[in-house]
Ligand binder design. Structure first.
Ligand code: SAH
Length: 399
């Protein structure tokens, strides 16, 4: 195992009392070493046919790593509860403390639950659509200590909201922003459209790989910052930038990968669908004085088609799509843009394998495969794959 891998063997999982009901940590019945072996096997099964899989990069202290915690609010026998949905259901399993969540976030959520009755505030009932508090979302910048609390309500009335926020701040003076989000719809999405800032700036800032990042309630931000630095470090190493390259950062979120790469590239172009994330990305470019970076709000596939249509070229393409992976529209145009290197980051080896097959049939070769354990105790595995363009002249030599 790589040097950062936890070696502890003691106490085979199951230390969490909610293990079975919650379903969030599917691998808790294994030691951490066994989990890493499981993830290696999963990566080899799906990606092994493309080349050698490097040893997975594990986490030194694989606990309380989640910087973003979400709790659903409801009732049991007339008592307000908060916790997680039981796997594949909407029954709430009350959870006070979780071994993978940020401890501070768990404390804040418990205190909000305790505050509700004194303000005569109720929790939301999904069946009737009545009641008040539906979810609480907490995001904490591990490097800066900044904390965002999002109160998601089912109604658009928040009685005594100023007093409620004051009472919360009295208990947790380190909260830096409080946002009220309204979500009255029949939906499994946590956040609704409407957002009001009740306290602070409405976003938090965190530091990753030496760069500052502004993060909004709805923007995607990697949930395990300790491992994210290793993930991005691997991706940037794979790209082997020299300062002369034109780099694309597709599915760029708040611009993290592109901005980390920007010091070593001539130009960075990022594309992302979520408007709030793009706004953050543009602010992040300013925050880091990166004037060689531009961000666009668009579907990554449509954007690539337009770029390919304009005969644009790229030297390096970073792509980090969601679990569903990329699509042929995107991949076809990616091939037309003809980057010499593609660094494909994925949280789903199955869709990644599908997309790699397309790229390998269309002029690319897999050079390196590096799994990183971003989500200890769960069955998810993150992978970084380096592809290089098979050069036309090499092919001629072969013929
Ligand atoms: N690279 C970023 C974000 C990765 S998560 C990081 O490391 O933080 C995947 C991102 O893809 C999310 O921000 C999501 O909003 C975005 N996304 C999803 N579908 C997309 C699409 N069709 N086009 C562009 N971006 C998309």
């Amino acid at each position: 195992m790589k040097q950062n891998t936890a070696k502890q063997k003691k106490g085979k999982g199951n230390s969490c009392p909610f293990y079975k009901k919650c379903g969030g940590c599917q691998l808790q019945n294994m030691t951490y070493e066994e989990q890493l072996s499981f993830k290696m096997a999963k990566t080899i099964k799906n990606l092994g046919r493309f080349g050698h899989v490097e040893e997975i990069i594990g986490m030194e202290k694989p606990y309380h790593y989640r910087n973003k915690v979400q709790a659903a609010f409801g009732y049991t026998r007339g008592r307000i509860i908060s916790g997680v949905y039981q796997s594949s259901s909407h029954n709430i399993v009350p959870v006070e403390k979780c071994m993978i969540e940020d401890e501070k976030a768990d404390e804040i959520i418990s205190d909000i639950r305790r505050l509700l009755p004194s303000f005569r505030l109720t929790s939301y009932n999904e069946d009737t659509g009545r009641g008040f508090l539906r979810h609480v979302l907490v995001k904490r910048g591990f490097a800066t200590g900044e904390i965002m609390v999002v109160l998601v309500t089912g109604t658009n009335i928040f009685p005594k909201k100023e007093e409620f926020v004051s009472a919360l701040l009295k208990k947790h003076g380190d909260i830096t922003t409080v946002i009220w989000n309204i979500n009255g719809g029949k939906t499994s999405l946590v956040l609704g459209e409407k957002e009001t800032v009740l306290y602070g700036k409405g976003y938090i800032t965190d530091i990753l790989c030496g760069k500052s990042f502004r993060i909004s309630a709805k923007s995607f931000y990697q949930i395990n910052p300790v491992q994210t630095e290793k993930l991005y470090g691997t991706a940037i190493d794979f790209a082997a930038l020299t300062g002369k390259e034109r780099v694309f950062d597709a599915y760029c979120g708040i611009g993290t990968i592109g901005l980390v790469a920007s010091d070593r590239a001539k130009e960075v172009i990022g594309v992302e669908l979520n408007a709030q994330a793009v706004r953050d990305a543009k602010n992040n470019a300013r925050l880091n004085n990166a004037d060689n970076v531009s961000f666009y709000c668009d579907d990554a596939g449509d954007f690539m088609v337009a770029m390919a249509g304009d005969n644009e070229k790229a030297d390096v393409l970073f792509m980090d799509p969601p679990r569903a992976g990329s699509d042929v529209k995107f991949l076809k145009s990616a091939v037309t843009l003809a980057p010499k290197k593609i660094v494909y980051i994925s949280c789903n080896v199955e869709t990644q394998a599908r997309d790699l097959s397309y790229l390998c049939k269309n002029g690319y070769r897999v050079e390196k495969i590096q799994p990183v354990d971003m989500f200890p105790h769960t069955n998810h595995v993150e992978t970084v794959v380096l592809l290089s363009q098979r050069r036309p002249d090499t092919q001629r030599h072969k013929a």
